[in-house]
Design a protein around this ligand. Structure first.
Ligand code: TYM
Length: 336
């Protein structure tokens, strides 16, 4: 039997931050040799909120370069751009027609983002999870490694699969495969540096709330120096009264590669004055090799283009095959 398939993606909206890395990309890298992997830059998702046409293409390339810089290995994985494969948009339309409106209206991310858009909420924002389902289902993915915030979208994807197969396939011959979310415990929800009860997010207006993967050592030092802490001495995990403490210890745990028990023992008697420089140094050192590789990839645009071309060719063959199967199940005529 061949390897199981993995699909995941990140939006090219601004810089990637530690949440994207620790919640998603780092896990892709760690598991990639066990799977047949497809990682896309989801640029169609990026236009579901107001975007800048002047920077979209460059942002898309930057994210693809970051995938490589973070350790995505082309011996195991394919990297491609979502909008380069028209099957993503086409399957979205087909799935739209079998997805009940109220399923989409119940999505937490839609509700949160819609509030920010006021009266200008686009249909695309509501439809965002159906496009995400199309991304996953086109590749008949078995596993989808994501952060905790995407769990509800994965559940919706599974509901769409069940509904589609129930309505349009024989029980013993499903057309679409049921994917499973792959969410790791540690790092699944990296919190803001300025408020330990809120998720670290690209859309937070404060730059101080997040560490970006391409931040300079000075920026990292400044952000950790100014991040929110508490007046308690001795640092512990999992205290619901100390969300910032838990978040910063978890960052240290993940970026240092130490175990939870090691970090708990090391930090139990520390004050913030001792811990912050330690976290700063650990973060700078963990990001340095990735930042150097990013620069090397960006200096060779021809190479990056060839990676995306190869990735698209492999991905498109699979995507078009699934799309044909879905259209056949729905009863469409075939062009002659
Ligand atoms: P995006 O770009 O918002 O986030 C990309 C990945 O980063 C994870 N993430 C986090 N993980 C931990 N802590 C955080 N603070 C944090 N913030 C973001 C997200 O869970 C995600 O895994 N809808 C997706 C993109 C997408 C996709 C797909 C993913 C489109 N199609 C198909 C998987 C499969 C998203 O929100 O991306």
């Amino acid at each position: 039997m061949g390897k199981q398939r993995v699909l995941s993606g990140v939006q090219p909206t601004g810089n990637l931050h530690l949440g994207n890395y620790l919640g998603a990309i780092r896990n892709w890298v760690e598991i990639q040799d066990q799977y047949d992997n497809y990682f896309c830059v989801v640029d169609l998702h990026a236009i579901t909120v107001p975007h800048n046409p002047a920077t979209l293409a460059a942002d898309t390339y930057n994210i693809a370069a970051l995938y490589l810089a973070c350790g995505i290995d082309l011996n195991h994985s394919n990297i491609f751009v979502q909008s380069h494969i028209s099957a993503h948009s086409e399957l979205t339309w087909l799935l739209n027609c079998i997805t009940p409106l109220n399923w989409l209206q119940d999505m937490i991310q839609f509700k949160e983002k819609a509030v920010k858009q006021g009266e200008n909420v686009g249909v695309g924002l509501l439809d965002y999870p159906v496009l995400m389902a199309a991304d996953i289902l086109l590749y008949q993915a078995d596993q989808v490694p994501v952060g905790e915030d995407q769990k509800q979208h994965l559940e919706l994807t599974r509901d769409i699969v069940n509904r589609f197969n129930h309505q349009f396939a024989q029980p013993d011959q499903p057309v679409l495969k049921l994917p499973a979310p792959l969410i790791r415990k540690e790092g699944a929800r990296v919190m803001s540096l300025t408020d330990g009860t809120r998720k670290m997010s690209k859309s937070d207006p404060s730059e101080l709330s997040r560490i970006n993967l391409l931040d300079t050592p000075e920026q990292i030092t400044n952000k950790i120096k100014r991040c929110k802490t508490d007046p308690v001495r001795g640092l512990t995990f999992d205290d619901p009264e100390r969300p910032e403490c838990n978040n910063l210890l978890t960052l240290y745990l993940l970026l240092s590669g130490k175990t939870k028990a090691e970090v708990a023992a090391e930090c139990q008697d520390m004050g913030w004055g001792q811990f912050k420089p330690l976290l700063t140094e650990t973060t700078i050192n963990a990001l340095k090799p990735m930042q150097e590789k990013y620069q090397a990839v960006m200096d060779d645009k021809g190479y990056l283009e060839s990676v995306l071309r190869d990735g698209r060719e492999k991905a498109e063959a699979i995507a078009n095959q699934t799309l044909s199967q879905v259209k056949a199940a729905l009863g469409f005529s075939v062009p002659v």
